[in-house]
Design a protein around this ligand. Structure first.
Ligand code: GAR
Length: 218
């Protein structure tokens, strides 16, 4: 059974989707520890409800960012964690954590990377005027949202979308693709080759297409 550790800063709906996938038996994993950088993160309530150990690590208690991430890495290692999940963790992760878990830190981002990295991916998509956006699960490297892509979901951006309406449409699919990425990892089906992630026994579907606005003539 894959042991995971989750880092979150806020609401924790992706954390909840992972808990639900585990509890329903769809994902063979266990959450060994939730780490938050914010003592009022709602993710803490979710951990309590599901009897998951949690820890608040205050970045201000550390002289440097590296010391903060070393502490988190040590706590995760002491719980036997094998895969680290960034579920709405609003900080750029640094070397001590990445060195402790090489290509074993996964992040979800609310845009189709490499478009719209960083904060407010949904607002960036609305402001730019793209017709299609979505979400991405990727392994984390030292850049900002630059690591190898594991799975993406695309949704239409509609004419009257705001940051909020688009965020809600994307979030529904975040909750589907994050547990799926973890499942692929747990089954040993992911291999990182250069900056690509190879998925064992996946051949692809040529006709999986989304066109927005849809074609009105054929
Ligand atoms: C999600 O939309 C996630 O993609 C985004 O924060 C939200 C967290 O929601 N993450 C980022 O923007 C990371 N750069 P949640 O706390 O309900 O899971």
């Amino acid at each position: 059974m894959l042991k995971i550790g989750v880092l979150a800063s806020g609401r924790g709906s992706n954390f909840q989707a992972i808990i639900d996938a585990i509890e329903s038996g769809r994902l063979k994993a266990s959450v060994e520890l939730l780490v938050v950088d914010n003592p009022s993160a709602f993710a803490i309530e979710r951990a309590k409800k599901h009897s998951i150990p949690y820890l608040y690590v205050n970045p201000k208690d550390f002289g440097t960012k590296d010391e903060f991430y070393q502490k988190i890495a040590d706590e995760l290692k002491s719980k036997g964690v094998e895969l680290v999940i960034l579920a709405g963790f609003m900080r750029v992760v640094r070397k001590p954590l990445l060195d402790a878990f090489p290509m074993r830190v996964m992040n979800i981002h609310p845009a189709l990377l490499p478009s719209f990295p960083g904060l407010h991916g949904q607002k960036q998509a609305v402001d730019y005027g793209v017709r299609i956006s979505g979400c991405t699960v990727h392994f984390v490297d030292e850049g900002v949202d630059t690591g190898p892509v594991i799975i993406q979901a695309a949704v239409p951006v509609l004419p009257h979308d705001t940051e909020d309406t688009l965020s809600e449409r994307i979030l529904k699919y975040e909750h589907k693709i994050f547990p799926e990425a973890i499942r692929l990892f747990a089954e040993g089906r992911l291999e990182v080759v250069g900056r690509k992630v190879m998925i064992k026994d996946y051949k692809g579907e040529e006709d999986a297409v989304i066109i927005n606005p849809p074609l009105q003539s054929s």
